[in-house]
Design a binder for this molecule. Structure first.
Ligand code: NAI
Ligand code: MG
Length: 347
């Protein structure tokens, strides 16, 4: 039996950090079924070469041949490019990876020099403003752009269910619902009501009775995240707010280069570092590989390979605590390769 892992480094530093995650997985040896890696393409470079950002073949192989996948990062242009749309957004939809789960934990406050943080952001991954229904029209007063936002009861319920499960498995069992229903009472109102209602769903049979629910408007949630991050345990949010909150939370523990995530559905899981393609450091060999290695750990944990996941996390945490081999984003002077070697030696 083997574990088939699709690898999609995509663009920029994705090509530097995904090979590091691959090496770390291989180093686990018999903790996991023998890994088999399948190299797949997607991204901006793929688009400029072939005219397609996410080839059908990549999706088909993920669907039919892989047990899980690791995705690097894409360099999406900020301007509109005809025919291009972000492959990661498309992949989440095509594989129905409806939950984006991002733990943000400070392992070494002495390195971070920030307050101790231990929280998970659970972000809805398929709708909200990211349905990308945008229009642009000319009016007598100039151009007018609009975007529509989709919130459904179904998607809110399944992300809420996932968030309750995660909260219930943690010591504090505390769930904070992030929304802005004082302004967007219809869309955010539906999200809030649906998630709140999960606790008393007959199907859940009281199993979430121990979970306490709080809610926080998204703007003040960011404020409180910076002032008193310890009040948060599991945070659940619609797509856009979740995107912003998880990057903001990342700032609390030092660097985007440390924060892992998984995109999870009922049948597939894809690990993905939270950071982008980092054009400012691309090709210099100094990208922090730890977010990708941790993403591999999260992916394995989601699949039930707890021992392998623990070993990866422990190795990463030891390297951070020792502080000898850190990349420049963590005020160190090491290269990607040196940090990887340090992690491999701990594994
Ligand atoms: P970014 O995450 O690429 O970079 C932000 C800052 O963090 C930069 O200074 C970068 O050097 C640093 N950084 C990020 N990851 C790092 C790592 N592993 N090691 C060391 N330093 C790291 O975000 P930015 O600049 O907003 O976006 C750049 C490109 O990435 C854009 O084209 C954007 O569309 C894309 N992007 C892609 C994402 C994805 O693939 N899921 C997510 C975010 C952005
Ligand atoms: Mg983001």
């Amino acid at each position: 039996q083997s574990l088939k892992i699709g690898l999609i480094p995509a663009d920029g530093i994705g090509k530097e950090v995904i090979p590091a995650a691959k090496a770390a997985i291989i180093a686990l040896g018999s903790d996991i079924p023998k890994p088999e890696f399948i190299d797949l393409v997607a991204g901006w470079e793929t688009f400029t070469r072939t005219g397609v950002a996410l080839p059908d073949e990549t999706v088909e192989i993920l669907r039919n041949e892989c047990d899980c996948a690791l995705f690097g990062s894409v360099s999406s242009p900020s301007r509109k490019v005809v025919g291009y749309s972000s492959p990661i957004v498309a992949l989440r939809k095509k594989l129905d990876l409806y939950a984006n789960i991002r733990p943000v934990v400070s392992v070494a406050p002495e390195v971070d020099q920030k307050p101790a943080v231990d929280l998970i952001v659970v972000r809805e991954n398929t709708e909200c403003l990211y349905v990308k229904e945008e229009t642009l029209i000319d009016t007598p007063n100039g151009k007018e752009a609009r975007a529509s936002r989709l919130i459904t009861e179904r998607a809110s319920r399944r992300i809420g269910q996932m968030a309750f499960q995660l909260a219930n498995a943690r010591p504090r069992k505390h769930l904070t619902i992030i929304h802005k229903s004082n302004v967007l009472s219809v869309t955010d109102g539906l999200f809030r009501e649906t998630v709140r209602g999960i606790k008393s769903l007959p199907a859940n049979d009281g199993k979430f009775n121990g979970v306490t629910i709080a809610e926080q408007l998204v703007d003040s949630a960011v404020y409180r995240l910076f002032r008193e991050p310890e009040i948060f345990d599991v945070m659940v949010a619609p797509n856009l707010y979740g995107d912003i909150i998880s990057d903001a939370a990342a700032a609390l523990v030092g660097s985007l280069g440390l924060i892992p995530s998984i995109n999870a559905g009922d049948n597939f899981v894809m690990g993905e570092p939270v950071h982008g393609s980092a054009p400012d450091i691309e090709g210099k060999g100094i990208a922090n590989p730890l977010a990708s290695i941790r993403s591999a750990a999260l992916m394995l944990r989601h699949l039930g390979y707890t021992e392998g996941a623990d070993r990866l996390d422990l190795a990463v945490n030891q390297v951070i605590r020792e502080g000898r081999f850190l990349t420049p984003d963590l005020k160190g002077t090491s290269t990607t390769e040196e940090v990887l070697q340090a992690v491999l030696s701990k594994i």
